[in-house]
Write a protein that binds this ligand. Structure first.
Ligand code: AMP
Length: 469
């Protein structure tokens, strides 16, 4: 049995660039395009070939970089990070890239994912005299690398990676080399791009578009890439497993213009909406999507059902994600501030409300209420993913089973709780059909939070290990 990790997981974004004179500035733009992956803090570490220089702060990318002195961040190589947090671990020390100085070589480290055996590894490291600087699980890797030999090489990194279990996309920078690694199951997204002669690495391909870079290829599961002035080389540090890209990247997390493992996120969401319309049709007048993450699915549902798609809900763009509020009361207030109904569209209508997912049920309940107050005759909730019943151990904030509404209630009960006239979820088969258009390329997706099928297991981990990214 996997022990349950409390709701402190984070979803982060990593960015790296090799061989561009404006490395720090481009990192700023790249991170800005991945702001949705993390709003707690951001940072950059630049190398000029001799020294590593860091700038990181709590806050949004714009605010963090407003205070950056770009002339002091000179160098043609950089690694950057955006960090997301729900509760706990919200301190500057956990903002990445983490930087480790040493007499021989320094190392910066940026991570997206979750190290499942971090608690055990930290215990072992501490017992052997290591003093860790953060409460982040990401830091463990740096210590393991250093203990695998006093050099930062493909060999020492491979040895270290083989000791960690979980989901991870890592960028590791030393003065004259950048290393890029993806876990053997490839749960988190990570791609390589080119900008002229420069190499670019990013969690999401939207970052390439932002800086004018072109997509080159996906980093493969179990692959360790080295980038230096000699170019790019690659080894396998572990046996490649069948890839299981995180389904929530498609459902909710990634930007619609990103391609995740060769599948465009908007297109996959639209397909989810279409499958949902085939599986769970209902008589109604209009289809409304909850902005922004459900718009693509709502368009697909409307197209497939032949019903008009309407802008029935408007989002205030200047309110942060509701999910990041630490208490239930604040989250509910957050939903109220964020979304408003368009009464003239809604009044007297039978509305199909499409949302991408239900986690705790806060958002759906509030929106159903809002639509009814705006005069909707009926509200039928259609969710463009299977119900979320299990915690995620791979770095997506899914909270504990106790808080997951679908782990504790049947679909009719959920419908009752959120005040809807009906509720239906997309099936697992429908989700796979929507995402995995070509199984030879796309292999599979991780649906553990929906189905309980965990592709990577780690027995006996302690509750609340460390805050992940
Ligand atoms: P809830 O109100 O707790 O049911 O949250 C559901 C809403 O949060 C959905 O409408 C999604 O758009 C969004 N969401 C789903 N998964 C996540 C996640 N892992 N992190 C942040 N927000 C999420």
């Amino acid at each position: 049995m996997l022990a349950e990790i409390k709701g402190i997981n984070e979803e982060c974004g990593v960015f790296g660039i090799w061989g561009h004179e404006k490395a720090a500035e481009l990192t700023y733009y790249g991170l800005h395009s991945m702001q949705h992956r993390g709003q707690e803090g951001a940072g950059v570490v630049v190398s000029d070939g001799k020294n590593l220089k860091a700038h990181k702060e709590m806050g949004l990318v714009n605010d963090v970089f407003k205070h950056a002195d770009f002339s002091a961040l000179s160098g043609s190589v950089a690694v950057g990070h955006v960090r997301y947090s729900t509760q706990g671990g919200k301190v500057l020390e956990n903002v990445q890239p983490l930087l480790f100085r040493s007499q021989t070589e320094s190392m910066a480290l940026a991570h997206n994912g979750n190290i499942m055996n971090a608690y055990k590894l930290r215990g072992e490291l501490e017992a052997e005299g290591s003093i860790l600087q953060t409460s982040s699980d990401s830091e463990v890797l740096a210590h393991l690398i250093k203990r695998s030999g006093n050099k930062i090489t493909e060999e020492t990194i491979s040895k270290a990676l083989n000791q960690v279990v979980g989901a991870y996309a890592y960028i590791i920078l030393k003065e004259d080399k950048m290393f890029v690694a993806l876990d053997p199951t490839g749960i988190r997204p990570l791609s390589i791009g080119r900008l002229g002669d420069a190499y670019v690495v990013a969690s999401e391909t939207c970052a390439f578009g932002q800086i004018g870079a072109t997509f080159e290829r996906e980093v493969l599961p179990g692959e360790l890439i080295t980038i230096s002035n000699d170019g790019l080389s690659s080894i396998r540090f572990a046996m490649r497993q069948q890839r299981k890209m995180c389904a929530m990247e498609y459902v909710y997390l990634s930007r619609p213009d990103s391609d995740v493992n060769h599948v465009n996120v908007h297109a996959s969401r639209k397909n989810m909406g279409m499958e949902l319309a085939k599986e769970s049709p209902v008589e109604a007048d209009i289809v409304v999507g909850v902005p922004d993450s459900s718009i693509s699915a709502a368009i697909g549902y409307a197209e497939e059902s032949g019903l008009p798609y309407e802008m029935g809900i408007i989002k205030n763009r200047y309110v942060g994600r509701t999910f990041i509020q630490p208490s239930q009361e604040l989250r509910e207030q957050g939903v109220k501030m964020k979304l408003s109904p368009v009464r003239s569209i809604i009044e007297g209508k039978r509305v199909i409300m499409i949302d991408d997912s239900i986690v705790r049920g806060t958002t759906s309940k509030r929106i159903v209420q809002m639509l009814k107050q705006a005069g909707a005759k009926e509200v039928h909730v259609r969710i463009a993913s299977p119900s979320i019943q299990n915690p995620c151990y791979y770095g997506i904030d899914m909270s504990t089973r106790a808080e997951l509404i679908a782990a504790n209630h049947s679909v009719p009960e959920i419908s009752n709780i959120i005040g809807a006239d009906s509720v239906a979820y997309l099936s697992e088969a429908g989700l796979e059909k929507a995402v995995l258009k070509d199984k030879t390329i796309h292999q599979g997706i991780c649906t553990a939070c929906m189905t309980g099928k965990y592709p990577v297991k780690e027995e006996g981990e302690k509750e609340i290990a460390y805050t992940s990214c």
